[in-house]
Design a binder for this molecule. Sequence first.
Ligand code: NAP
Length: 488
Amino acid sequence: MKVCVSVCERNLEALWSTCERATEWADFIELRLDCLDETLEKLSEFDRPVILTFRPSEQGGHRDLTLEERQCFWNSTAPHGETIWWDVEGDLVHDLNPDWSRVIVSHHDFNGVPKDLEQIYERLASSPAAVIKISVQANDILDCLPIFQLLDRARSEGREVIAIAMANAGIATRVLGPSRGSFLTYGALDDQNATAPGQINVRQLRSLYHVDTIDHETMICGLVGLPVMHSVSPLIHNTAFVEEGINGVYLPFEVHDASQFFKHMVHPRTRELSWNLRGLSITAPHKQTVMECLDWIEPDAKEIGAVNTVVVENDRLLGYNTDAAGFIDPLLKRFKTLHGARVAIIGAGGAARAAIWALKKQQAAVTLFARNPAKAQPLAELFGISCTSLSDASFAHYDLVINATPLGSGAHIDQSPATREQLTGARCVYDLIYNPRDTRLLREANKAGCETLDGLEMLVAQAGLQFELWTGKSFSERISKLITDSTS
Ligand code: NAP
């Protein structure tokens, strides 16, 4: 297993200092010499292999370079040495005469997957270079498929290849690529220094996704949603895999069209990828659309009308909802009973749906508050509860006020669905948002003298139930605490 950290600096001093930091994590260091304004003459200071690149802008480089300039660089300026690899573009192959055993011949496409991907591979494979690199832009998660297929082909033909789908939709190829034969995978030294779209921070590659230990036996799970990159679910499940000693990995899958993803990559009877996929968490906006892709759905999830967990069982897909139990668990730990409790739910999306169902089971008296009551009305009717407008609402007489909107997180971090004045008189405020834990709503609630509860406990509880469905093991108290501490 090899991880290569890519270093792009403008001057030599910064280059050496970044390289020093990179050696802590990298097996290979890629020096992006097209970023450098100074000339690099020798490389004697290195104690591990380096890959030199001098990319023109049309191949993702940092400067405009003619073919002649690139030929001149590789033929007269580029350092040589036993631990020095050259990564050269395919159009240079006939103009150079290097030690081909340390050459990567590469092709980059920053627009998408080229139609002639196979031909590009064949052209590069006909060169004497030791390794072929093909890196394409993933505009959709399905763009990972040709990359995985290319890795399979190269393996069967005995060729060393690096194949990557760039961007968030391609992250699976960066994490799983090496276990499927990719010669190496690239990481960024930190989040600010990625040199290609979707390049993961090397610490995450190694200590969150554990790329070094992923193999053909590894159980693969992941989160399906849009967006997904903000999620702490990879931290939760990957921590649990390690703590339980399970050979598993949990990835973010950025999916636009869930039915296409399920057809081509998930369902064992139709997928075009052989992988050890065991389970999926489903988040917005796919909790309802995935239901039509499944072979069986547990009765509770059917009643709720949303699935947040999928289990791949032999050639069948089974759907569950762990949001409802995860939601109610923290409440039942605090309050002996919710029977007859007056509960206000703000928001009418997937989380509200599971919360209303769980509260109705506990015989609470639920009222739905929505910014658009007409739109929320069908949900209220489905569960036989009343629905009212959020604007100018007063929560004074409620035992429990629940936020099931995104207000307080992400782009809405400074917003709150209710003010201190609106909350005064309410007993407890439960914000389903977990990132950040201390939301503006909870600060308003504190000022109004209400008890407060954040969304992290729910997140861990629903994740624990998912983990049990996939692995048969539940989160121990120690794991729950470890996860809570590391996500706080
Ligand atoms: P969703 O399906 O997209 O629903 C969001 C709801 O919020 C919709 O009813 C939407 O109203 C409403 N909303 C959006 N912006 C609003 C605004 N500016 N003012 C008033 N209402 C607004 O999302 P979801 O899956 O239900 O998730 C909702 C929140 O719960 C998210 O923040 C999520 O992170 C959190 N959550 C937490 C957990 C956990 O484990 N702690 C689990 C699931 C969800 P319209 O219908 O009018 O668009």
